[in-house]
Design a protein around this ligand. Structure first.
Ligand code: PBG
Length: 339
């Protein structure tokens, strides 16, 4: 006969649950914390005077004109977010196959950066370096007519000029997201040569060819102009299957002078963040991309996930994996909830 009422204590020396029994103890033993200082808010910028435009797949994120960008940045600073990553949405009429408008003197985006730095000098402005906002095909560089693939060296040449112009406009950091070979060294060289020795390079070192960039491409309009349902960047972005190759990219970017190494996307690549963390002494950034943001929002809208809890856990995991810095569309909301 089994006497189910009799429950003798187990003879355990280790009872890890003691460290979890109340909020005070849990706070004492917590290994990882999110802090507003570590967050960067990506923002989409548009030309003209039109009001904020919402983006269907990214609830709470809008394309802003320069005036609204300045207002938003001031609010972010009040919440403790001191760095923004800017992405321009370029009018389709200004795009061509070579993305020439990127390096045109009259590119309004340079003026936007200049104005933002003038009005909110303390905000750290990070400018993405790639041609996808400017090309009709939506690729990050110019195409080689023979192969149809993005031409590496020619693209590096253009991006180098673009990065220097962004620095001249006042960008504190340039962030090459194009995955061309040799671009970090080329950009560092030209920045130094032009006297921008204090402009930092945040290298998208391990950027994977991910399905999770979809909502971003809606936001900057690089998906629609391509005229294809999905843009195939696998000849330059990393294969999601490859960790060692990610480490090679990280090493090359470090050797060429990157100040910060980034892994992107973040949540699906925690092993990569952790491996890059072990392989370098540089600060590591991770980009929680548009699709990660959209996924959490979509599930929360359906009532299937708790938005705040999922948001917090997703960011905490990225930090725990070894990221010092997180680019996330949740930055503003997170800063509010951390107050
Ligand atoms: C473009 C760029 C992309 C993102 C940042 N810079 C998209 C792409 O490579 O197609 C994605 C960011 C996101 O999804 O939030 N070079």
């Amino acid at each position: 006969m089994i006497n189910s009422a009799y429950t003798p204590p187990l003879d355990l020396v280790r009872r890890p649950r003691r460290n979890r029994q109340n909020a005070a103890i849990r706070a004492l033993v917590r290994e990882t914390r999110l802090h507003t200082d570590d967050l960067i808010q990506p923002l989409f910028v548009k030309d003209g005077k039109g009001g904020p435009e919402s983006i269907d797949s990214m609830p709470g994120i809008e394309r802003l004109n320069v005036k609204d960008l300045i207002k938003e940045t001031v609010q972010l600073a009040r919440l403790g977010i001191r760095a923004v990553a800017l992405f321009p949405q370029i009018d389709p009429a200004l795009k061509d196959a070579r993305g020439k408008y990127a390096v045109a003197d009259k590119n309004w985006f340079f003026g936007a950066i200049r104005q933002l730095k003038k009005e909110v000098p303390d905000i750290l402005v990070i400018a993405d370096v790639a041609l996808d906002p400017y090309t009709t095909h939506g690729h990050d560089g110019v195409l080689d007519p023979a192969t149809g693939q993005v031409a590496n060296d020619e693209t590096v040449h253009i991006l180098t000029h673009y990065a220097t112009r962004l620095a001249a406009a006042g960008a504190d950091m340039v962030a090459p997201s194009d995955m061309m070979d040799g671009r970090i060294g080329a950009i560092r060289d030209e920045l130094d040569h032009e006297g921008f020795t204090q402009t930092s390079i945040l290298a998208y070192a391990a950027k994977f060819a991910s399905a999770y960039y979809g909502p971003f491409r809606d936001a900057v309009g690089s998906a629609t102009t391509a005229g294809a349902p999905t843009l195939d960047k696998r000849s330059y972005q990393l294969d999601p299957a490859n960790l060692r190759e990610a480490l090679l990219e990280a090493r090359l970017d470090e050797d060429q002078g990157a100040d910060i190494l980034m892994v992107k996307p973040a949540g699906l690549y925690l092993d990569v963040i952790s491996a890059v963390r072990m392989a370098t002494t540089l600060p590591i950034a991770a980009y929680q991309v548009s699709g990660e943001y959209a996924q959490i929002h979509a599930a929360a809208r359906a009532g299937w996930l708790d938005l705040e809890k999922a948001r917090h856990e997703s960011l905490l995991a990225i930090k725990r994996a070894g990221a010092d810095i997180i680019l996330t569309y949740f930055a503003r909301d997170m800063a509010r909830s951390l107050r």
